[in-house]
Design a protein around this ligand. Structure first.
Ligand SMILES: Cc1cc2nc3c(=O)[nH]c(=O)nc-3n(C[C@H](O)[C@H](O)[C@H](O)COP(=O)(O)O)c2cc1C
Length: 197
């Protein structure tokens, strides 16, 4: 998704929560450190979804990084010039915090700001199955104007690699945000596309 945003010429304000770093490290072997964020991000974006080296060549100069606990950061204020916010992936804890308007860290505060400024907020929930609490929080987010987008890939786009499934979800997030991309093959109204390869 970050690659897609940068390829579309968008500038990005990046917030990486503490728990998401653990997940990133556990699932892909990629470390993300505040003190070395630029070099870590460049290495991260150069890899595929499975953490293996890829051929992506990404210029990260359009990215600004903010510490997740920094409540004085730019995106904490409605006057900061942001078009919208994408939470990808969003934990159920994050969904709860944003739905309840807790604003306990930069991510939650920026999400509250995004909603109060009537800007686009996309929340890519990553969990299954979902309990009633999370379902109620998701309804609250929808009613507040957010797009709730479960990280659920489709199979009609002819996926052959994990990267294709990840790109599909990333592409749907960019669709919801109105950002043009070519991350997946769109449904063209004809059955059999998924098996044609
Ligand atoms: C390796 C790992 C994977 C996790 N995966 C998920 C997940 O897919 N969905 C979820 O809701 N929580 C998941 N969690 C739990 C969240 O990280 C935890 O609730 C955390 O407090 C979320 O904080 P954050 O929303 O500020 O990032 C995971 C935790 C770890 C350590």
């Amino acid at each position: 998704m970050l690659r897609g945003l940068l390829a579309a010429g968008e500038s990005v304000d990046l917030v990486v929560s503490r728990a998401s770093r653990l997940t990133l490290l556990d699932e892909t072997g990629i470390a993300f450190r505040d003190a070395h964020w630029r070099e870590d991000l460049a290495g991260w974006l150069a890899r595929g979804a499975d953490g293996k080296p890829h051929t992506f060549d990404v210029d990260v100069s359009g990215v600004r990084h903010w510490a997740a606990g920094d409540l004085a950061a730019g995106p904490s204020s409605g006057s900061y010039p942001a078009k919208g916010m994408l939470i990808v992936p969003a934990s159920t804890a994050c969904v709860a915090g944003v739905a309840l308007g807790l604003s306990k860290d930069l991510l939650q505060r920026a999400a509250s700001v995004t909603l109060k400024e009537r800007r686009k907020l996309v929340v890519a929930v990553r969990e299954t199955p979902l309990n009633g609490q999370t379902l109620r929080h998701m309804v609250a987010l929808d009613e507040a104007g957010a797009v709730v987008l479960p990280a659920s890939p489709a199979f009609y786009a002819g996926a052959t690699h994990i990267q294709d499934l990840v790109d599909f979800v990333a592409g749907r997030v960019l669709d919801a945000a109105g950002v043009p991309h070519q991350l997946y093959r769109r449904w063209e109204g004809e059955l059999g596309g998924g098996s044609r390869g």
